[in-house]
Unconditional design. Structure first.
Length: 333
């Protein structure tokens, strides 16, 4: 489960309810309430990778070696909201192609659902969920362009007698309008608990200036940020240009950067070492990452008890294992 802070939903002043208050405010200082939504962690079918406008190796974390600067990537993993899932029943023994499928799941055709989690999946989930679990989701729409932000804490490292805390953040842009728009510039503000406030500007994101059209309305990417403090905040804008020449600033909803108690995971054999050293970006500077691939959107997710299959936008199947109710997060492979 995740807390979704949707700044498009009108808030009721002085209302009393079970909603949790956001630890951030929007650009005019309005408090935003968080509502609980089900999210899934999914595996993306490798046959879909050339058509998915997202980085297929965007889930990253730090290794458990003391002060190691290595960055590890989990291939073909993504996160999806429950409302974006389309269930269906597959008759194939292996309904999607992914290198983790056989390691995590076993086919039991006489059972319902016909796939069960292996001990490998349960052990991997237990060991790595602090670094992969989703807790907060932030959304805001400007001029028909919706921005969704999901932050993840990655861990900390000691560098020259100071502690550096690292986060990754996943951003999805969706064009809900009729006219195509193109992302031209980014403008970030990063506040650290230590009292520093930094501004970062640049062309595009991850080396691209993606176009969001009716046929390809979404684009998703991940990046990293570091602070010399255990917590902070980020917010900003994307400069967008519509096909009719109109330009506007699309707000990036503010989100918190919160650290957790250290339990650095041991990378498994199937986890790819992304680079020999972790990039030394300052707060808010986006590293040069593998660009998102052209094509459709969304994939599928894994969790733990019931097995479902989904097809998204006429693409191939992606597997969803739904976690039991009460699990700290609605995903986990």
């Amino acid at each position: 489960m995740a807390r979704v802070y949707d700044r498009d939903v009108p808030s009721k002043k002085n209302s009393e309810g079970s909603e949790e208050a956001s630890d951030g405010f929007n650009h005019v200082g309005r408090e935003v309430k968080g509502k609980t939504h089900t999210y899934y962690q999914v595996l993306i079918d490798s046959r879909d990778c050339p058509y998915v406008r997202t980085q297929t190796e965007a889930v990253t974390f730090l290794g458990n070696q003391d002060n190691s600067r290595s960055l590890y990537a989990i291939p073909g993993l993504d996160y999806v909201a429950h409302e974006d899932i389309l269930p269906y029943t597959s008759t194939e023994k292996q309904p999607l192609q992914h290198e983790l499928f056989d390691k995590f799941l076993v086919c039991e055709p006489d059972k319902d659902p016909p796939f069960s989690a292996k001990d490998t999946l349960r052990a991997w989930q237990e060991k790595n969920h602090p670094w992969l679990e989703l807790s907060d989701v932030h959304r805001e729409t400007t001029e028909g362009v919706r921005i969704t932000v999901i932050p993840f804490y990655m861990g900390c490292r000691i560098a020259q007698s100071s502690t550096v805390y690292w986060w990754r953040y996943c951003i999805r842009l969706e064009n809900l309008g009729e006219l195509a728009v193109q992302l031209r510039e980014r403008h970030w503000r990063i506040f650290s608990l230590s009292g520093t406030l930094e501004t970062v500007r640049g062309r595009g994101v991850v080396g691209q200036e993606p176009i969001l059209s009716k046929s390809q309305p979404a684009f998703q990417y991940s990046s990293h940020v570091s602070l010399q403090a255990p917590s902070g905040h980020m917010w900003g804008t994307f400069r967008m240009e519509r096909e009719d020449g109109f330009t506007f600033d699309c707000r990036i909803p503010p989100f918190s950067l919160e650290s957790k108690q250290e339990q650095s995971p041991q990378p498994a054999a199937w986890v790819e070492r992304r680079s020999p050293s972790f990039p030394e970006e300052q707060a808010g500077v986006e590293p040069a990452r593998t660009g998102a691939r052209p094509g459709g959107v969304r994939g599928a997710r894994l969790a733990a008890r019931r097995t479902k299959f989904v097809v998204q936008e006429q693409k191939r199947a992606t597997l969803v294992l739904q976690t039991p109710r009460g699990h700290p997060s609605g995903f986990l492979t």
